[in-house]
Design a protein around this ligand. Structure first.
Ligand SMILES: Cc1ncc(COP(=O)(O)O)c(C=O)c1O
Length: 282
């Protein structure tokens, strides 16, 4: 809100986080979704609709929260340049996790310095509360004066702000944490794939969704099976959420890996998951 209004167009990835969708609708702009991660569809929409609107804003998560895959940011930025559109990237799951400096998926995807608006939350890798907008000084000045959601909202508490600042320091000074995280992602991905291939398919109907992040999902056909497996895992002391429609198009078990998980935790998860899947299908 503030960036676009009724004479404008928002083109958003269909799997964007709800906050981008709700914010888009609240802005009064016309909102159209493009197919998930599909820059060809985005280009079709730009070619067909862009000329009828004053401004155009393309919105995308950098890391999709319910799948763990990444957006095709370089292509999106090229299209934005060609069609005179702005790009807003939600780095909620990128901040502190991606890139050599941990600044996010924009850095990882080689797009640092390109014209875009990055928004993020302080509530995930940074372990605090609140959020941020990063962009040109002109943009920030504009938002400070024109974005009602910011102007008329109480600022962050000193404690949350201090916690987020301390987390930023840790991200800068302790890159080894990201190494541990990515090692864990690799270990768990391999473990899951091995277990899935061992299960006499297609009994379970579970399939790992493509992911490039510490968010790993096992998709399954039936919501009740996802819930039941999640409950079995909870009984074994493991938190794996069962995410179902309408939040996502297909039911899935969603695992989020942390730098502080130890190899034993990951082995425990793979073993418990294998047992839960076996129990579910026997
Ligand atoms: C992609 C994405 N954007 C935004 C948010 C909102 O973050 P917060 O709850 O810190 O406002 C989330 C939280 O789940 C998210 O996953």
């Amino acid at each position: 809100m503030g960036l676009v209004g009724t004479p404008d167009l928002i083109l958003g990835d269909e799997f964007n986080h709800s906050s981008l969708k709700v914010g888009g609708r609240a802005s009064g702009a016309t909102v159209l979704n493009y197919d998930h991660g599909d820059s060809t569809h985005l280009e079709d929409l730009l070619a067909t609709h862009r000329h009828r609107y004053r401004r155009c804003l393309i919105t995308t998560d950098s890391v999709f929260s319910m799948d763990g895959d990444l957006c095709p940011l370089p292509e999106i930025l090229d299209l934005a340049e060609a069609y005179g559109a702005m790009v807003l990237v939600d780095e909620a799951h990128g901040t502190g996790v991606f890139g050599m400096r941990g600044s996010g998926a924009v850095e990882y995807l080689g797009c640092s310095g390109r014209p875009l608006i990055a928004v993020g939350t302080l509530s995930k890798a940074l372990g605090s509360l609140g959020g941020y907008v990063a962009g040109s000084a002109t943009l920030i000045d504009f938002l400070r004066n024109r974005a009602p959601g910011w102007i008329y909202t109480t600022g962050l508490s000193p404690a949350d702000t201090a916690a987020a600042l301390a987390a930023v320091q840790i991200i800068r000074q302790e890159p080894e944490r990201r190494q541990w995280l990515w090692q864990n992602v690799q270990i768990l991905s391999q473990g899951l794939d091995e277990q899935l291939s061992r299960l006499t398919e297609p009994k379970t109907g579970f399939e790992r969704l493509p992911s490039h992040s510490p968010i790993l999902c096992l998709q399954c056909q039936r919501a009740e099976v996802a819930i039941s497996v999640s409950q079995r895992l909870q009984q074994a002391g493991l938190w794996v959420a069962a995410v179902r429609p309408p939040t996502v198009p297909t039911s899935r078990l969603r695992m989020t890996i942390m730098a502080t998980h130890e190899p034993g935790h990951l082995t425990q998860l793979v073993a418990a998951l294998a047992a839960a899947l076996e129990a579910e299908t026997s």
